[in-house]
Design a protein around this ligand. Structure first.
Ligand code: IMP
Length: 440
């Protein structure tokens, strides 16, 4: 078995970074396929915390090739900063980092558009991370994007930026821009940003579809690193409160040029409860007092923006939707220890809408917004599971909770995370062992 996809099974922030880091020691290649520096993967190794935004988590393991694939939108300044930060803390970045020629660039003007779009949306704003993700993907779809390969052809680069900027200026019309924003729309400034990053990024730029193909032919173990989660997927998520990429398997196939038959296992990562950042429906959201306690307990603040995350109970309806549309074979349950002090743990098993019971995740965001959660309750274990590494050492009630999640999601739990450190992991079944595809 060689290709394992790691996807978020909620609204992002499920702890994918920790799980990918744990699995990366067994991988030859770790590849990001969508999203950009809106992601924040937090990994703790030997007491040191690393937050990665663009570079695949495998970079913390020597000898693992890390690919930033064609479907990613790359903020070049953020990438250079991340490379410099990792080098400064002793992480080797050389041949092991590969940046796709086809990947699109997030330009300074995309961030200006992101913030003004949010402002114009007013109460309908999405609550984006402000990293220019939506405008960069919009440009890609509108064929106005600038790609990594363009960085190395000055004539083409200048032309693409000129055309794109002319349209942006028309779109922004008479909106008043700050000095910094005006600079972000200045052709010379944008070209200057491009020339600043060329030297650092140049040695890493390669054809990543060819790299993936070579890895497949060489029977290498490939880990696909999803960012965000299925509920933020552009098609399958809670539109319009989503990110602008396909966070699931489809995104991985198209974002890396990976033939679908080569995918062996889809592993969904879900927190033992739910969180969400930004606007949008969240049926199992807790009241502010309860959420506040859980937020502190779980350190639920955005790794990219520092925003407090909204907190709620595990939502089995949403989980089943993610499992179904992404074809998840099994799941990891992360942050189990965060529930250690809960006397009673609730799980949302259905919704109520206009007096009717709903068990299918609604496509209409307006309906989802009105859905009331129907809960089942599990007694809390009220003892520490922090750092437990052996399933049998879990308190019986924690095991009951895990079994309950397995029943409600109809998927086996293969990994349980009991703390931020790499080793605070219970492995029930190694996702790299054996083929997980069951024809879902
Ligand atoms: P964007 O991806 O910055 O356009 O933001 C769109 C929505 O996705 C907002 O609600 C963000 O808070 C959310 N989002 C984007 N990236 C992440 C992430 O890595 N974790 C959690 N939420 C995210």
């Amino acid at each position: 078995m060689s290709v394992l996809a790691i996807l978020g099974g909620q609204w992002g922030d499920e702890g994918k970074g920790k799980v990918i880091d744990w699995l990366a020691s067994q991988a030859d290649v770790v590849a990001r396929y969508q999203g950009g520096a809106n992601a924040g993967h937090t990994v703790v190794v030997d007491g040191n915390q690393y937050i990665l935004h663009l570079i695949p988590t495998g970079i913390l393991h020597g000898g693992v090739k890390c690919i930033i694939g064609s479907g990613v939108v790359v903020d070049p300044l953020a990438l250079v900063e991340e490379i410099e930060y990792l080098r400064s803390v002793g992480i080797e970045i050389g041949e092991n980092l590969v940046l796709g020629k086809r990947a699109h660039l997030i330009m300074p003007y995309h961030k200006v558009l992101d913030s003004h779009m949010e402002e114009l949306l007013g109460i309908n704003r999405i609550g984006t991370t402000g990293r220019g993700i939506g405008p960069a993907y919009s440009d890609k779809a509108a064929r106005l994007g600038v790609r990594i390969s363009d960085l190395f052809d000055e004539k083409i680069l200048t032309e693409r930026i000129r055309v794109s900027l002319a349209i942006k200026k028309r779109l922004l019309g008479d909106i008043e821009l700050s000095e910094n924003e005006a600079q972000a729309l200045d052709e010379a400034h944008v070209l200057d940003v491009c020339s600043q990053v060329r030297k650092t990024l140049g040695p890493h730029v390669r054809n990543t579809d060819a790299e993936i193909n070579d890895a497949l032919n060489g029977n290498k173990k490939i880990l696909l690193e999803g960012a965000q989660g299925i509920l933020l997927d552009l098609d399958m998520g809670t539109y319009p409160y989503v990110t602008s990429s396909n966070t699931g398997v489809g995104g991985a196939m198209s974002g890396l040029g990976l033939p679908y038959r080569r995918l062996n296992t889809v592993f969904g990562i879900m927190k033992a409860y739910c969180t969400r950042v930004g606007q949008g429906p969240f049926p199992s959201e807790m009241g502010e007092v309860e959420a506040g306690l859980l937020r502190e307990e779980g350190g639920e603040f955005g790794a990219t923006t520092g925003r407090p995350r909204r907190c709620g109970w595990f939502d089995a309806v949403a989980a089943r939707h993610c499992i179904q549309v992404a074809g998840m074979d099994a799941i990891a349950v992360t942050k189990l220890d965060v529930l250690d002090n809960q006397e009673t743990i609730r799980v949302c098993v259905g919704y109520e809408f206009e007096g009717e019971r709903v068990t299918i995740f609604p496509a209409e965001t307006s309906i989802l917004e009105q859905c009331k959660p129907v809960y089942t309750e599990f007694p809390g274990w009220m003892s520490s599971t922090g750092g437990v590494r052996d399933y049998d050492a879990l308190p019986p009630r924690a095991k009951d909770y895990i079994r309950g999640l397995e029943e409600l999601t109809d998927r086996p739990v293969w990994l349980i995370s009991t703390g931020p450190s790499r080793d605070d992991t219970i492995c029930i079944h190694n996702p790299f062992d054996g083929d997980g595809m069951r024809g879902n």
